[in-house]
Design a protein. Structure first.
Length: 243
């Protein structure tokens, strides 16, 4: 049966149900992670895009078959938490020092001819510090509580009210920090001409831009998994305990 577009459905919901749609939103520079709470129509109007063209591509994706589609929405919350930590947190931790080294070298060699590199380095350095602190808060505070809720539900036991009162409080903080990083990377994408190096770029230049592009894509999936799947499900689960 052919799937049809729902004009009232939010972008984040489309991506949560079929992550392949993220490629369409990324192509048109439509933010599906931090600003996923808009309809396709609203996003197109805000960016001056041809809604019919965007809709057509989403419709095509929804009605194509792919064995590679991962249904993150069906995963148990504790599995999703482990996946985010082991895949996305580790990725960020591994890539930050490499990217900072490359960007530092680019600033020293090409900074005079390309002053935008200095701003890119400044933005990425700020992002790396904020992301590292952000991930630690998730690993030490939010994620363990989500796992305790899952185990309590599984074993039909009660759970003590956390020091932060409700899971909605750390989630609100995490979402605010996601917004900040989303905005920072939108600026980096603009400064790098959507990660297209200039004509005089050396190999280090090209590799650094390709890595920044990959880093942003991973960050979008990372934020999407939390904002659009993990967080809403954690809030819903907590409410079943009537804390």
């Amino acid at each position: 049966m052919e799937l049809t577009m729902d004009k009232e459905k939010q972008i984040g919901e489309y991506v949560a149900e079929d992550f392949r749609t993220a490629a369409v939103f990324s192509k048109f520079r439509i933010d599906f992670c931090c600003n996923g709470n808009r309809t396709v129509s609203e996003a197109c109007k805000a960016k001056g895009l041809d809604e019919a063209k965007v809709t057509e591509e989403i419709h095509s994706i929804l009605n194509s078959v792919s064995e590679e589609t991962i249904d993150y929405k069906s995963w148990p919350l504790d599995l999703l938490v482990d996946y985010i930590e082991k895949k996305h947190h580790r990725y960020v931790e591994e890539k930050i020092p490499v990217l900072r080294q490359f960007l530092d070298k680019l600033c020293k060699v090409h900074g005079k001819r390309h002053p935008e590199l200095l701003k890119i380095y400044e933005l990425f350095t700020a992002s790396s510090g904020e992301l590292s602190a952000h991930m630690k808060k998730e690993e030490l505070i939010l994620f363990p509580y989500v796992k305790r809720m899952v185990e309590a539900k599984r074993s039909h036991t009660t759970i003590e009210s956390p020091q932060f009162e409700t899971v909605e409080n750390p989630i609100a903080m995490m979402m605010h920090e996601h917004d900040n990083e989303g905005e920072r990377f939108r600026y980096i994408a603009e400064l790098t001409n959507d990660y297209n190096p200039p004509a005089d770029a050396c190999n280090t230049y090209k590799v650094a831009y390709a890595m920044l592009d990959e880093f942003e894509k991973d960050l979008h999936l990372h934020i999407h998994l939390e904002n659009n799947i993990l967080f809403p499900k954690a809030i819903k689960l907590e409410r079943t305990f009537k804390l």
